[in-house]
Write a protein that binds this ligand. Sequence first.
Ligand code: NAP
Length: 539
Amino acid sequence: MPAAKSKATKLDVVIVGAGVGGLYAVHRLRKLGLKVRAYEAGSGVGGTWFWNRYPGCRCDVESMEYSYSFSNELQQEWKWPERYGTQPEILRYVNHVADRFDLRRDVQLDTRIRSATFDSKANLWTLKTDKGETVTAPFCIMATGNLSTPRTPSIPGLKSFKGKWYHTGLWPHAGVDFTGLRVGVIGTGSSGVQMIPHIAKQAKHLYVFQRTANFSLPARNAPLDPEKERKHKAEYPERRRAAYDTPFGIAGFPPPEKSALEATEEERRHAYAAKWAEGGSISYLYAYNDLLVNKASNDTASEFVRERIRATVKDPKTAELLCPTDHPIGTKRLILDTEYYETYNRDNVTLVDIRSAPIKAITPNGLHTTDAEYTLDAIVFATGFDAMTGAMKEIDIRTDKGATIEEKWADGPRTYLGIMMAGFPNLFMVTGPQSPGVKSQMILSCEQHVDWIADCLQHLRDKGLQRIEPEKAAEDAWVQHTNEVADSTLYPLANSWYTGANIPGKPRVFMPYVGGVTAYKKKCDEVAARGYEGFMLAV
Ligand code: NAP
């Protein structure tokens, strides 16, 4: 092995991942004078926005919100062209941030971290890369993302398929031209629903293989209104602050005061129709104050969307198949689309129900369900991710005391605040399980976590401490609290990636913290103010 490779790179903090969270960690920790470096498997920065390049990929949080707040100059100067950012726009923005704040010199691309081992005597993490490099640092930050481990179901025969196949989360950089092809899309979550209208416009014929129908609302995307942009920018600092006083980390949605059951049928219809016309998921779920906690209330909101589906899709059988019936609206990620349901009125689009007739095998020429054969030139897997725990579990994380991430999370993730784990000192996570991350404006949550970690590292330095680890009791209490909060809502009723239900054999545990950003940030701030309550600190 060349000498350069056998010599360890010594850092103060090693960061895994150069997505939105990892990049901000580089910026923030460098300001503390720390020697940091982010290791990124991709050949570019941007994380989820680097990998997910499928046609129609777009953020479902409005662009004026879905952006960094740490630099007022940045947020004032950047111009978002549309209400919701497209993947290329967001990736351009992230690259601009990397250049503007000179982050690239501390980012190493094309490098996957394979293992991370803690030496408890030396208080040192040693990471090994897929290039044979060794990196050591007293502190390690996993900024590995929640939806960064794509999963392709193991359907027999895929290797024999003569056409091309793709996963939405690993999309070719050169793009894919489906013109004149017979295309099969498997999966109708956010990724499938966003891409289906685009592929339908190109393909000779598009077969959508749907196992479970999902709720989708119109995004109502449009060019950003200049007056709205001017006003938003004038209010930016106050809006960013106010975002922390909201459940989802997004300001501008006054909390509803009334239960859906307190309204008359006519009032409800009027309210849902107004939200449907406005576009956006928070807006719809904010029609009433109990849509995510009261099944009877939720039924009214769910039924309104089913009515819209039936009114939009001309073929009644297809419309009925597209009507979700297995979960209350909002308990799975509520999808935003542009002309998704309308797409099923095209002559070249067929919805195939693989709930009643599952996929049996992929063949050289297409796909077999239990009752028919489909000839396909291309197959797209929009089948999702091993969410929230997948990326960390792909790294062999262990300590010299015998703790392994594999065992630690065998029955589902256990964390204190979604930031650290008992038994794994000096290992931080950005928006880990049991934090509100995926149930919030992700960039706000990334910033909040990185700021908390930076303050914590500063505290340790000020006090001459070298080690921090959660107490097991504090972790147990947080896990229990997370579960209790989830159980007081309708969320656990859905088979979603929030619960791990999308991965065969994955423990079924509700992973995000759904007590809201306000309560969560208050707890994090209190923990810090009380000298890192629930953590063991040591020299
Ligand atoms: P997903 O929500 O997990 O959806 C996966 C789809 O694939 C589901 O319809 C699922 O059906 C189907 N599927 C999985 N395994 C299958 C199998 N073996 N056979 C047949 N069908 C199968 O994944 P996603 O659409 O990639 O979205 C994941 C998350 O990423 C979203 O919830 C969202 O948070 C984020 N995302 C956001 C945006 C945005 O900002 N607009 C866009 C894309 C993704 P079942 O439901 O029956 O399992």
